[in-house]
Design a protein around this ligand. Structure first.
Ligand code: MN
Length: 234
C-alpha cells in the first residue's frame, strides 16, 4: 500500500531479559489513585473515586529509556509549571473487555516505571473551566517509560516502594499497596469502557509529592523489583 508520507513510528519499549521490544498501542492513565495525592490536588478521595484519561500512544509522546541510560526530555512549550508524577505502568499483553478482577492479572504482560509529565498550569486552567485535560497531559514526550519487566506467573506486582528523586533529593515516596484501585481493579474497570489490547499501557497514578521541574534537572523514578527510569529535562 502506498501512503502520501511514511507511516508513523510505533513507540517500542525494551523488555528486560529479552531482545524483543514491546510495541505500544494506547496509553491510559488513572487520575488520583493515591489518597494523599488526591488531597494535595485539592480533592477528597472519600468523595471522588479515581478516573481515567489518555495520552497518545505514539513515539512522539512515549519515550522509552533503555536500562542504564538517561533519556533527554525537552521542556515542553506553553508551560511554566512542568510537574513530575512517578507511576507504575502496566503493560497489557492479552486482549479483553469486561475483564473480571480475578482474571485481570492474566492480561498483564509486565510492568515498568513511568512518568506522567504534566503541564500543571494548563491542566489547572482546563479544570477550572471544566474542559478536557489534553493540553496539560498529552503533549510530546509526556510519557517517558523505562524497560518493561515481564510478569512472573503467579506473582503480580502489588506491593513495594515507589519513589522519585530530582537531582538526588527524594520528592515522591509511596507504596504500591496505597493505590485506591489496585492494578487488577483498574484493568477490570478500564475494560468496561474500552477493549484492552496487547500493546496498551496503563499509568496507574502517582503518590503524593508532585512538584515542578526545570531544565537541567535529572529525575530518577524507581519501583521495587523494576528497572529504574532516569531522564534529564533539556
Ligand atoms: Mn498521573
Amino acid at each position: 500500500m502506498q501512503t502520501p508520507f511514511p507511516p508513523h513510528a510505533t513507540a517500542l519499549v525494551p523488555i528486560e531479559g529479552s531482545t524483543q521490544m514491546f510495541p505500544v498501542r494506547r496509553v491510559y492513565c488513572v487520575g488520583r489513585n493515591y489518597a494523599a495525592h488526591a488531597r494535595e490536588m485539592g480533592s477528597d478521595p472519600n468523595r471522588e473515586p479515581p478516573f481515567f484519561f489518555c495520552k497518545p500512544g505514539d513515539a512522539d509522546a512515549v519515550i522509552a529509556v533503555p536500562a542504564g541510560q538517561t533519556g533527554a526530555i525537552a521542556y515542553p512549550s506553553a508551560t511554566h509549571d512542568l510537574h513530575h508524577e512517578v507511576e507504575l505502568v502496566v503493560a497489557i499483553g492479552k486482549a479483553g473487555s469486561e475483564i473480571a478482577v480475578e482474571q485481570a492479572s492474566d492480561h498483564v504482560f509486565g510492568y515498568a516505571v513511568g512518568l506522567d509529565l504534566t503541564r500543571r498550569d494548563l491542566q489547572g486552567q482546563m479544570k477550572a473551566q471544566g474542559r478536557p485535560w489534553e493540553i496539560g497531559k498529552a503533549f510530546d514526550q509526556s510519557a517517558p517509560i523505562g524497560p518493561i519487566t515481564p510478569r512472573q506467573p503467579g506473582a503480580p506486582l502489588t506491593h513495594g516502594a515507589i519513589a522519585l528523586s530530582v537531582d538526588g533529593a527524594v520528592r515522591q515516596q509511596g507504596r504500591l499497596e496505597q493505590m485506591i484501585w489496585s492494578v487488577d481493579e483498574t484493568i477490570a474497570r478500564l475494560s468496561t469502557l474500552f477493549t484492552l489490547k496487547p500493546g496498551d499501557l496503563i499509568f496507574t497514578g502517582t503518590p503524593d509529592g508532585v512538584g515542578a521541574i526545570t531544565r537541567g534537572q535529572v529525575l530518577v523514578g524507581s519501583i521495587d523489583g523494576l528497572s529504574p527510569l532516569q531522564v534529564r529535562i533539556v
